[in-house]
Ligand binder design. Sequence first.
Ligand code: ACO
Length: 327
Amino acid sequence: MKPRSMIIGTGHYVPSRILTNADLEKIVDTSNDWIVERTGIHERHIKADDENTSDMCIKAGERALQQSGLTAKDLDMIIIGTVTGDMRFPATAIFVQSGLGAVNAAALDISAACSGFLYGLVLADGLIASGKYRYILVIGSESLTNMTNWEDRNTCVLFGDGAGAAVVTASDGTRGIISSYLGADGTLAKLLWAPGGGTANPISHEMIDKKLHLLHMAGKEVFLHAVKAMCDAALKALSLAEMSPDDIDLLIPHQANIRIIEATGKRLGIPKEKVYVNIDRFGNTSSASVPIAIDEARRNGILKPGMTCLTVVFGGGFTWASVVIKF
Ligand code: ACO
């Protein structure tokens, strides 16, 4: 299959403030040993109080644009995967559009939780194939610590903030997105959600007292579904690319839990040396996790030009996605 679009620049940004497991030991009844053993996380970055999701997007976007050799004015569209945007409306992409000075770009957000970046990338791939759009900036960014219940040790140890970005344009025929697969199962929404603040549970003192505006998760169930959905999605994208796991040079999975990452690699038969892991330093940054990992792997030389990369993600909704990309 010939690639239709390719990534010509990537960038990421994480806030400077670091929250270690030792810091968390002072907040909830937990321990460094438990967190490392059960999740693989050592530390995560937390946004400053006056830092918005759009601020992180702008920094990651500027780095991606710089690498691509384009300016913000070249962009036709900005797509942002986020469930922790600046406001209920307008879209966070609007503030990124003005912050970057992308005066020629349309701007929209995608709400697909952790799958937001890959959903956006696949949408960009289709829009570029339509011939109507030339340069699209896709960003995944979350401020999940803004939605974290800091009294709930089951969830507050997991998440971090950040942003990752990619500039996408038509493929030169030799590299780019070879195949993709998107999926969802809305019957499982309540296993991972923040149900307050919308029409279902409008803002009220009672809603806030019940902490419905914060993230709620059934960890064990999410874990089991995550491994299955990520493996199924990865195999679907590989099959569409007419490839097998042996053809993959690097697996970049969603960084949600080291045990989910290892189980996914093992089930796919992809050896550990070919699986990219940075959860130890960033925690679960939701939609930012895959683009941060892609950019980091490109910049540290682990993801080299010519390599074929399989990326796969699972998130609230549930949603899942997988993309095979030749770099
Ligand atoms: N410190 C110490 N003990 C803890 C902590 C903690 N931070 N959290 C939970 N425990 C305790 C529990 O209370 C429980 O104690 P109990 O047996 O006395 O009741 C015990 O540890 C075991 O709890 P489990 O929930 O069974 O622990 P598990 O091994 O399943 O690990 C975890 C929990 C890490 C949340 C795991 O289930 C997981 O990673 N699930 C997937 C989460 C995930 O990936 N979510 C995001 C995916 S989508 C997205 O990215 C938004």
